[in-house]
Design a binder for this molecule. Structure first.
Ligand SMILES: *[C@@H]1O[C@H](CO)[C@@H](O)[C@H](O)[C@H]1NC(C)=O
Ligand SMILES: *[C@@H]1O[C@H](CO)[C@@H](O)[C@H](O)[C@H]1NC(C)=O
Length: 323
């Protein structure tokens, strides 16, 4: 040992330090990609799509919502006051989408559903038709009427909160089948925290979703200091789902609903509960508008990703590497 050259000694110390941190922390993600998902599209005062991506806070941006589809209806999007997608007014967003994907490596997904609108799937055939519409209008297919222009989105998110769960599993299978070797179609869902979810469980149970962002707000399973046990029990149910990475869904402001958790509380009390799960992928934020106002993502930066080190662990690295 005493005759090791300094470089080898330094490497040895670093390996020792990393091994002390355990398997969840074997790699460090300093300066690496963010792990936040965010909903964009429901408030005109939240700024542009490209602007959201350029912050570097988000890995997934969910463009919300396609809120009319199924049952033979003409599919329609709602992007609040941003622009009118149904009269060709939002095709300029293609430039933003491509910039998000290429300049910031953000995964941009079309989100279906939401709290208002008219949607539901009447049959397996209806699911197939909606999947075909989505593929041609937003993904790799082609249509003379593409609401967001020619950009090819990375996938589809289900934020289904109305109607029954029927045939969303069929929809997921059809969308999954539209993945090609060149371009994977990412799939996700945003269930309420009550397990199983009344609208999305069959879709989630297909095991074909890449990401499940669980809404831990507006519900009895949301976190509070007096409700930590229920929160933890519910989280553990969600991380039992097949295949998908599971994200902690949060509101970015007390004005966004019930169950706002302050960033300090998240860092000290909540993230330590969820991060040890192998399935943990990051957080989902409702929504970009509130995040702009409260700087929620900024306050959490460096704490959210599975590999982000805690304060104590980084101190240990420092101590060992200066030997
Ligand atoms: C871009 O994102 C993909 C996953 O979406 C990831 O595998 C890749 O490493 C990222 N590239 C960079 C340069 O961070
Ligand atoms: C989902 O898509 C993948 C990749 O294209 C394919 O290999 C798999 O068979 C599909 N699964 C189902 C159930 O359709």
């Amino acid at each position: 040992m005493a005759s090791l050259p300094p470089l080898q000694l330094a490497v040895l110390c670093l390996l020792l330090a990393l091994s002390l941190l355990g398997p969840n922390h074997a790699t460090q993600s300093t300066g690496a990609e963010p792990c936040n998902a965010v909903y964009w599209g429901q408030n005109r005062y939240e700024g542009g799509l490209r602007e959201a991506c350029a912050t570097g806070y988000y890995k997934y941006v969910l463009v919300a919502f396609l809120n009319q589809f199924g049952g033979g209806q003409i599919p329609q999007m709602n992007l609040a006051g941003h622009c009118d997608p149904n009269s060709g007014g939002c095709t300029y967003l293609s430039g933003d989408i491509i910039s998000c994907q290429q300049d910031y490596n953000v995964t941009v997904m079309l989100s279906l559903g939401g709290a208002i609108g008219s949607y539901g799937l009447a049959s397996q055939e209806d699911a197939r038709e909606v999947a075909t519409y989505i593929y041609n209008s937003f993904l790799g297919g082609s249509s003379p009427n593409r609401p967001l222009g020619n950009a090819v989105l990375d996938g589809v998110d289900l934020a289904i909160q109305r109607g029954g769960p029927a045939h969303y599993d069929d929809l997921v299978r059809y969308l999954n089948a539209s993945s090609t070797a060149d371009k994977k179609v990412y799939l996700s869902a945003a269930p309420q925290c009550v397990f199983p979810d009344a609208h999305l469980q069959p879709a989630i149970d297909t095991g074909l979703l890449d990401y499940v962002w669980v809404q831990f707000y507006n519900n009895y399973c949301m976190y509070s200091s007096s409700n930590a046990d229920t929160f933890k029990r519910t989280w553990n149910q969600w991380v039992s789902v097949k295949k998908s990475k599971v994200f902690l869904g949060l509101i970015a402001s007390p004005n966004a609903g019930n169950g706002f958790v302050r960033p300090e509380t998240l860092i000290n009390n909540v993230l330590p509960i969820v991060k040890p799960s192998e399935k943990y992928g990051g957080i989902m934020i409702w929504n970009r508008y509130y995040d702009v106002i409260t700087h929620f993502s900024a306050a959490l930066k460096g704490h959210v990703c599975p590999d982000d080190l805690s304060f104590d662990s980084s101190m240990r690295i420092k101590q060992l590497t200066v030997i």
